[in-house]
Design a protein. Structure first.
Length: 218
């Protein structure tokens, strides 16, 4: 397929599966007004994330990288009433904006924002697991470390999802191989393809969603 066809297919997917309600639109607009980086998931990626979590019957989910709470709202909305999302954000200002997003979405009862570096907070979360799913959308150079924690703290059958598996195409650009963020993404993708404890692949939607299921075994 040529690029024109690919672009039209992406528009087709967005028209069918990329619809936002007023709450989601407001979160996106607030993130822009606050000067946050425009790196949140696309609406169609949010719907795919909901699909995966629902199919997995996920109830207790960890998210790494809250930003303004956009992806967290997609996650929180698909959880059952007794479900819980714990989302980790390194920046206090962004965490406060996210808390307001969850309040406006009516999800404050099932979403908890914790502030701090994810690699510092994750060891303490181990005592609260195992978890049903983890969504990773934080510092790309640390993706392999996030994955190591996830494999040890996700239940058998649990779901691991990571955003930006294609790193905007840089993973196949030789000139970008020296970049720490690209190297982290490449190492993560390779690990989900080779680790015998995981059954994984990449969904070529948006910037790529890496997905893996935790298998039984050590």
């Amino acid at each position: 397929m040529d690029q024109s066809t690919i672009d039209r297919l992406n528009d087709y997917l967005h028209d069918l599966f990329g619809q936002e309600d007023e709450v989601l639109k407001a979160i996106r607009a607030r993130a822009l007004d606050e000067g946050f980086p425009q790196i949140q998931i696309r609406p169609e990626e949010g719907l795919m994330l909901q699909f995966l979590l629902k199919a997995n019957d996920a109830r207790r989910v960890i998210e790494l990288g809250t930003l303004a709470g956009y992806s967290g709202v997609w996650i929180g909305r698909i959880l059952p009433e007794d479900g819980q999302l714990i989302t980790l954000e390194i920046d206090e200002e962004r965490a406060e904006v996210a808390r307001e997003s969850f309040r406006q979405a009516g999800l404050s009862d099932r979403v908890q924002v914790r502030v701090g570096d994810a690699l510092s907070l994750l060891p303490g979360l181990s005592a609260e697991g195992p978890f049903d799913a983890i969504f990773i959308d934080a510092i790309k150079s640390e993706y392999p470390a996030y994955l190591a924690w996830a494999v040890d703290n996700i239940r058998v059958g649990g779901l691991i999802v990571a955003h930006n598996a294609f790193r905007r195409g840089k993973i196949v650009e030789p000139a970008a191989q020296h970049d720490d963020l690209v190297r982290g993404t490449l190492a993560f993708n390779r690990q989900i393809s080779e680790d015998p404890r995981l059954l994984g692949s990449i969904i070529p939607l948006g910037d790529g969603l890496a997905v893996a299921v935790r298998l039984a075994g050590s």
